[in-house]
Design a protein around this ligand. Structure first.
Ligand SMILES: Nc1nc2c(c(=O)[nH]1)N[C@H]1C(S)=C(S)[C@@H](COP(=O)(O)O)O[C@H]1N2
Ligand SMILES: [Mo]
Length: 221
């Protein structure tokens, strides 16, 4: 199963082992069967560092935008669906090696939500939180404003499933998939980058595919 991406972490094998064994342990304890190291039919693996995650839908899903902004706000699923939608098709690349080519994500550009909130001059980074209660992620403001960074409502042209982090996940197309926080619940503008879950455990904050996590060669994918 380990393809080209495995080469990318070859200089940091302890990190890869750490991730896989941690996920393996979470998987063993998971009563929902949500986490798994076996790929599903589509080539994805379902990852969750939380042992169980509540299900949310249009009745109870909320996305909060706050922190160093002039107009903090909360979005329902319908409100997000009512905003302009952007579709991006790229290869999904997990840092542990698996890859899913040409995967469509669509949703609201993060930049649109940031503009609506009005980022204050002292706001330099974004912290993302998740309703699994555990995972977090980060981006610098320039990264967050890229037009291939989405608050995704659809994946493979279907609503994002619960297992894939639905109803709303982050999608950071140019970076390893760990940046794409599942079960997104909070977007907070901060004065500096606060490393996310895997970043506190040794993975790169700037997780450009092919240019991070010990990999210095030119990406071939
Ligand atoms: N909330 C949350 N988001 C997460 C993770 C997680 O464990 N929890 N794992 C990350 C990692 S390492 C990967 S590769 C992808 C996996 O997404 P998938 O489960 O849809 O394949 O989600 C990322 N986002
Ligand atoms: Mo990953």
């Amino acid at each position: 199963m380990l393809g080209l991406g495995a080469v990318g972490v070859a200089t940091a094998p302890y990190l890869q082992r750490g991730l896989e064994s941690f996920l393996g342990a979470a998987s063993d304890n998971d009563p929902t069967g949500l986490t798994g190291l076996l790929p599903n039919g589509g080539g994805f693996r379902y990852y969750s560092v939380a042992s169980s995650v509540p299900h949310k839908d249009e009745r109870n899903y909320r996305l909060t935008v706050d922190g160093l902004v002039d107009r903090p706000g909360t979005y329902t699923l319908d409100a997000l669906r009512g905003l302009p939608q952007t579709r991006v098709v790229r290869d999904v690349q997990c840092v542990t090696g698996w890859r899913v080519p040409d995967t469509a994500f669509s949703g609201v550009r993060l930049s649109l939500l940031l503009d609506a909130a009005g980022v204050r001059p002292e706001g330099k980074a974004i912290r993302f939180t998740c309703f699994d209660g555990t995972y977090s992620e980060s981006l610098t403001l320039p990264q967050a404003r890229r037009d291939d960074v989405l608050v995704a409502l659809r994946m493979q042209d279907k609503p994002v499933s619960h297992s894939h982090g639905g109803p709303v996940r982050l999608y950071v197309a140019p970076m390893y998939f760990y940046k794409s926080a599942k079960w997104l619940s909070g977007i907070s503008v901060t004065s500096d980058v606060r490393p996310g879950y895997w970043e506190e455990r040794g993975y790169d904050v700037d997780a450009w595919v092919g240019r991070s996590n010990g990999r210095t060669d030119t990406p071939t994918v």
